[in-house]
Design a protein. Structure first.
Length: 297
């Protein structure tokens, strides 16, 4: 009888064990609040270092071939991020375009996309602390690299807070990805998503297609270009550069230059030099029937 009682007691204890483990698990609300707090910390960390970039471009000379009564609507501008959903601007009028950047050196150096500042006559930089100040600092273009679409600007300020870079090679698909920028002239906009893919390639005009990108579903729109994509530690894993969309608005497919690319090129750009890449003097053609016949292959 005693043996049976011991066996029954042990069996009951084993049945009760999962209940003890289950009760020790973290409640779902606490888990959600922990993630929320992580987001809040990152947003607060980024705010002093993320800037809005406003570029002014002089009007272009009118095309003498165009007719005065021409009713053709020009295509949307694709040379930079505009502060309007579609830019049907008259090219003979002054143009203002919008983008984002972030501090990479405390001495006033800012990293952004080259297409944000390309052809700009005047580049204004607006810090979060300048939101009530109508006098926006003017930046100078230190250097740029068109292939990676990166550029470094310099403003006359010191004591700034630079954002640290993370190792983009260690980024995993599915991990959190957080962005801050100025979509549609809404500075310091913070959005969240995940890393959707790595090693993406884009067929961008004016490049050789050598650059690979991180893909994210964090909301990126016109005005976000040049802003940081960061991890839960607030460290840069990418520079937001482009979106794939039928309408120029975010549909959940955004692309960022990996942080390791930016880290590798940054010393050259900070020094005001041009990025030099090796190349092979080889040209290729598609092997169609005509070419195959000509070379006997």
């Amino acid at each position: 009888m005693r043996a049976r009682f011991l066996t029954l007691s042990l069996f009951c204890a084993l049945l009760g064990a999962p209940t003890v483990v289950s009760s020790a698990q973290t409640p779902p609300v606490a888990t959600a609040e922990a993630v929320q707090e992580a987001f809040v910390r990152v947003a607060e960390k980024l705010r002093p270092s993320v800037v809005t970039i406003v570029c002014e471009t002089s009007p272009k000379a009118p095309n003498p071939a165009s007719k005065p009564d021409d009713k053709t609507v020009p295509p949307p501008d694709d040379e930079g991020d505009d502060d309007e959903p579609f830019n049907f601007a008259d090219p003979t009028e002054p143009k203002s375009s919008l983008g984002t950047g972030f501090v990479v050196r405390a001495e006033g150096y800012i990293l952004t996309n080259y297409h944000v500042v390309k052809n700009a006559d005047v580049i204004h930089v607006l810090f979060n602390s300048d939101s009530e100040n109508p006098d926006r600092p003017v930046a100078t273009l230190v250097s740029f690299d068109e292939e990676s679409d990166l550029a470094v600007l310099k403003v006359r300020r010191t004591g700034l807070t630079a954002i640290k870079f993370a190792d983009s090679d260690s980024v995993r698909i599915g991990q959190w990805a957080l962005a801050m920028g100025a979509p549609f002239d809404q500075p310091q906009t913070f959005t969240a998503g995940v890393i959707s893919a790595k090693g993406r390639h884009l067929d961008k005009k004016g490049t050789q297609g050598l650059q690979d990108y991180l893909q994210t579903d964090a909301s990126i729109n016109p005005g976000n270009s040049g802003g940081p994509l960061v991890n839960l530690e607030g460290e840069v894993i990418g520079v937001n550069t482009a979106i794939l969309s039928p309408s120029r608005f975010n549909v959940g497919i955004g692309f960022s230059v990996p942080s390791n690319t930016a880290k590798r090129l940054l010393p050259v750009l900070l020094a005001g030099k041009s990025v030099q890449r090796g190349f092979l003097g080889i040209q290729y053609v598609r092997l169609d029937d005509e070419v195959a016949k000509e070379f006997g292959v």
